[in-house]
Design a protein around this ligand. Structure first.
Ligand code: SF4
Length: 219
């Protein structure tokens, strides 16, 4: 990915990152009520030299915020990891716990916002404050050829990180945006949340259609 002109810092925030007061307050509250949970920024989960980067919105309370691994422990992870296993982007067995031995293959999973937001809704300021970590992650992984944005916020955060106009690349489920200047292709999907699957907004077949396109691009 062509980000040579970008300055970048660490790819992951410190576990006591103080940058978003509202999110810090929430995780401190949860540390008191659930001291056995992760309750900290969630670092990316990756293989070596990933070609696919999956970007989610933010950790779920009883998912990544609890277990410390992206999408691990909640419904969204059940569908995401099942599909990644089916398409060869992971190997092993997903048991919804970070010590299940699951390995990613050719892939990385991260979140646009690394800390749990109240009601799963980060503010614009929080998205902006956490964006440098996404930018650094992109710059540090030039092997990335395909990006899967799970939901509109992940899509827009990625475009903004690359300084691309949102209007030129509108979000739509199963959309494929070629970004030749950056050596990558952006794929969109509705977020694989329980809400979206329960309401029928996203079916397993719709999700697999996106991965069909990704595998076609990076066989
Ligand atoms: S969301 Fe990102 S920038 Fe904000 S406190 Fe968490 S790690 Fe830091």
């Amino acid at each position: 990915m062509n980000l040579q002109n970008k300055t970048h810092g660490p790819v992951d925030p410190p576990l006591d990152c103080p940058a978003c007061p509202r999110l810090v307050e929430l995780r401190e509250e949860l540390k008191a009520t659930h001291p056995d949970w992760h309750n900290a920024p969630v670092i990316s989960f990756t293989s070596e030299k990933p070609r696919l980067l999956v970007i989610g919105l933010a950790p779920g309370m009883k998912g990544a915020n609890c277990t410390g691994r992206p999408f691990t422990g909640d419904y969204a992870g059940d569908l995401l990891y099942k599909t990644m296993l089916d398409y060869g982007f992971a190997e092993g067995t997903y048991l919804a716990r970070p010590d299940d031995g699951l390995q990613l293959r050719d892939a990385m999973i991260t979140n646009a916002v690394r800390c749990l937001p109240p009601q799963n809704k980060p503010t614009g300021a929080e998205i902006k404050t956490c964006r440098p970590y996404l930018l650094s992650t992109l710059a540090a992984n030039p092997s990335i050829r395909a990006v899967l944005a799970l939901g509109r916020i992940a899509h827009e955060t990625f475009l903004t990180a690359l300084e691309l106009k949102r209007s030129a690349f509108p979000f739509a489920h199963c959309a494929e945006h070629n970004l030749p200047d950056h050596g990558t292709t952006l794929f969109d999907s509705y977020h694989c949340s329980r809400y979206n699957t329960n309401t029928g907004r996203l079916t397993e077949d719709m999700f697999r259609s996106v991965f069909d396109k990704i595998r076609n691009k990076i066989p």
